[in-house]
Ligand binder design. Structure first.
Ligand SMILES: N[C@@H](CCC(=O)N[C@@H](CS)C(=O)NCC(=O)O)C(=O)O
Length: 221
């Protein structure tokens, strides 16, 4: 029997929740350990992730402790998606799924994250050109997905099957209305919008989104 995987997480921020979605989708048992940001940059957590950020996981079934959300998704798929519910074995589909995951990790995560930083946390305000730069990058990423889906005529990034790469995008897209305030992406990127809605309405995504909202509310008290 599979023993529960430990997910090191935080109430806010999308990256640990991205891993929770996949654990849920794969029906794996897991327990969540919530950490405060100051605890991430010291022991014992720093030995689990030298970069001092969440997520990290510890899997008692294999002895693996590892970090970086994209790498964790690849590990979970490789180890537990034996029926290929959310992945492909065929070429080029298997490799294209990785292309989209790496695009999420390098093209979505850091840019959306910087927009959130400069909009809500950076001490110097009114950095118009910086805010414009990151807003435009978000719009560009959405445009890339919109055009790709339109051109392919498929429901998901790689063919007509939802994969772990599609799921990797959903958490940051929940934050999009706050990040690019007033942008009518439903009208400007309708194919992206339909794809995003398709993903957001999956039972596992809804369940984790509700848990995240509860954890965020609890952390604010
Ligand atoms: N590239 C990393 C990013 C991880 C990351 O930025 N995590 C945030 C939470 S979503 C964090 O731990 N922030 C705490 C900090 O920066 O000190 C991944 O995808 O795992």
């Amino acid at each position: 029997m599979t023993k529960p995987i430990t997910l090191y997480s935080h109430a806010s921020g999308p990256n640990p929740w991205k891993v929770a979605i996949l654990l849920e989708e794969l029906g794996l048992p897991y327990e969540t350990v919530y950490l405060q940001f100051p605890d991430l940059k010291k022991e014992p957590f720093e030995s689990k992730n030298p970069n001092g950020r969440v997520p990290a996981i510890k899997d008692p079934n294999t002895g693996v402790t590892m970090f970086e959300s994209g790498a964790i998704l690849e590990y979970l798929i490789d180890t537990y998606d034996k029926e290929h519910k959310l992945s492909y074995t065929t070429s080029p589909e298997k490799w294209l799924t990785l292309s989209w995951l790496h695009f999420q990790m390098s093209g979505q995560g850091p840019y959306y994250g910087q927009k959130a930083w400069f909009s809500f946390y950076h001490p110097e305000k009114n950095l118009t050109s910086v805010l414009e730069r990151y807003s435009n990058e978000i719009k560009r990423v959405v445009g890339v997905i919109d055009r790709h889906l339109k051109k392919q005529g498929t429901e998901y990034l790689v063919g007509d099957k939802c994969t772990f790469a599609d799921l990797a995008f959903v958490m940051w897209h929940q934050a999009m209305p706050r990040l690019v305030d007033g942008w009518d992406y439903q009208t400007e990127a309708p194919t992206f919008h339909a794809w995003n809605e398709r993903l957001q309405s999956r039972p596992a995504v809804k369940k984790i989104s509700e848990e995240k909202a509860k954890a965020t509310a609890a952390a604010q008290h």
